[in-house]
Every structure is written in structure tokens, then in C-alpha cells.
Ligand binder design. Structure first.
Ligand SMILES: [Zn+2]
Length: 247
């Protein structure tokens, strides 16, 4: 039998994987980015967060985590040092191929969870999931195959306006607090607040004037306690999604 606290797919043996597929376990695929997050947060910020909440949600729901994708599509922050952005086609293709391979191995329930919530990233993941579902539409129509795509920020941002500033964003209070709660050793100083807005419709390549330190929000009021509160809220919401996926 697969041991109860084994949540990382790649740590299983051949025999355990077969049993996990027969048990119809949900596969969570965390997707991140390598992206600047100001002077105070690491480049792996968008990977650290989904991998942590995925692991906690997987333990509570007896699910498995696929080896994470650690690169993503970053447009707004590409001008800053450290951002390593891949193309829409690359993210779309690798996601599609990975899910297809899990299906070939007998898995039928997937949660693609991105810590990087940019529109282009989410669109590539959704399109990949849709094409997979379309290819297997007989199973999909019978709901034998199910895929959900979301960002942990779909849930984290529900807390804006209530507990956090409505305009909090990239590298702000929420994101800084979450990393403080998960990997405090990766935080360097407090950062500085910035609430300037990127234009909604105009496409820009140099965002340095609007994001002088590469962030938006107020990291100076972040804390590990706030981060734990946000992470726990997200884990609770993910558990609900996974329970729904199992049906
Ligand atoms: Zn981020």
C-alpha cells in the first residue's frame, strides 16, 4: 500500500504508482515561475507558495503532487533582473504533455495549481487542460476525466478588502506574509510599499517607473502570522476543490 504521508508522486515506486492510479488519486500539478519579487523576496516565490499549500492539501485529501513546473510566463516584470520567462507555447505544450502522460498511467483527476497568476500563464494552463479534455471527450463527458485549473491567488485575493488592502499585489502584504510563514530564511529585509497601478489595457515592456522596486502593495506590514492565516485559508479551499474533484 502507498503510505499515508507519501504525497510526492516522484517518490513512489512503480508498484505504488499502479495502486495510486487504481485508487483514482487526485494529481496536483504545482506551477510556478522564476520571477523577480522585489528586493525582499526570492525569485522562487511563486513556486514556494503553491508547492507548500499543495503538500498540505494533499496530506489532508490523500492526493499526490506531480513534480512541479518551476518556470512560467512573466510579462510585466520581465525588465527586472532575475525574471526567466518561457513562452506561451512552451508552457501550453509541457502542461498538455505531462497531463497526457499521467492519463496514460491511469490517472483521471487533476488539479493544476499555479502560484503565478498572470493572465497569460493561466490562459496557457487552461488551454492545455481544455485540449486534453477535448481529446478524451468521451471520458470527459461522462466525468470520468476531470481537470481543474486555478491559482492559489484566486483564494488569497478573496481576502483583499476584508483583511488586506484592496490594491495589494505582486510582492505585497499577502505574498510577503505567505513566504514569511513558509520559508522565513528566504526573506531579505522589509521591502518598500508602492501602490502605483499598471495600465489596464496598454501593453508595456518597461514597468520600472510604475513598479520602481518590482512590487505592488505594502510588504512592510507583512508578518508570518498573517501568512499562516492566508495559507490555511487557501489550504481549506483547496481541500474543498479536491473533494469535489474526487466525485
Ligand atoms: Zn508572485
Amino acid at each position: 500500500m502507498v503510505s499515508e504521508n507519501a504525497v510526492w508522486f516522484a517518490e513512489l515506486t512503480m508498484k505504488e504508482v499502479k495502486e495510486a492510479a487504481e485508487a483514482n488519486k487526485v494529481i496536483i500539478l504545482p506551477v510556478g515561475s522564476v520571477e523577480e519579487h522585489g528586493f525582499h523576496l526570492p525569485l522562487c516565490t511563486d513556486s514556494v507558495q503553491p508547492e507548500y499549500v499543495a503538500a498540505e492539501a494533499a496530506k489532508k485529501t490523500d492526493s499526490l503532487i506531480a513534480p512541479p513546473l518551476k518556470y512560467g510566463i512573466c510579462t510585466a516584470t520581465r525588465i527586472f533582473p532575475g525574471t526567466i520567462s518561457i513562452s506561451f507555447q512552451s508552457l501550453y505544450r509541457i502542461t498538455r504533455e505531462i497531463i497526457e502522460e499521467f492519463i496514460r498511467n491511469g490517472f483521471k483527476r487533476f488539479l493544476i495549481l499555479s502560484g503565478h497568476a498572470d493572465e497569460e500563464q493561466m490562459a496557457a494552463l487552461r488551454l492545455a487542460a481544455h485540449r486534453v479534455m477535448w481529446k478524451h471527450r468521451e471520458e470527459a463527458e461522462k466525468r470520468k476525466l476531470r481537470i481543474m485549473v486555478c491559482s492559489d491567488y484566486d483564494f488569497a485575493y478573496e481576502l483583499r478588502g476584508k483583511y488586506f488592502d484592496e490594491k495589494d499585489g505582486h510582492g505585497g502584504t499577502i505574498e510577503t506574509s505567505r513566504v514569511m510563514a513558509i520559508k522565513p530564511n528566504l526573506i531579505k529585509g522589509k521591502g518598500r510599499k508602492n501602490f502605483q497601478k499598471l495600465p489596464k489595457f496598454e501593453v508595456i515592456v518597461d514597468s520600472r517607473e510604475l513598479l520602481p522596486e518590482g512590487i505592488r502593495g505594502d510588504p512592510t506590514v507583512a508578518s508570518a502570522e498573517k501568512g499562516k492565516f492566508i495559507n490555511d485559508y487557501i489550504i481549506g479551499e483547496l481541500v474543498k476543490l479536491i473533494e469535489e474533484l474526487k466525485k
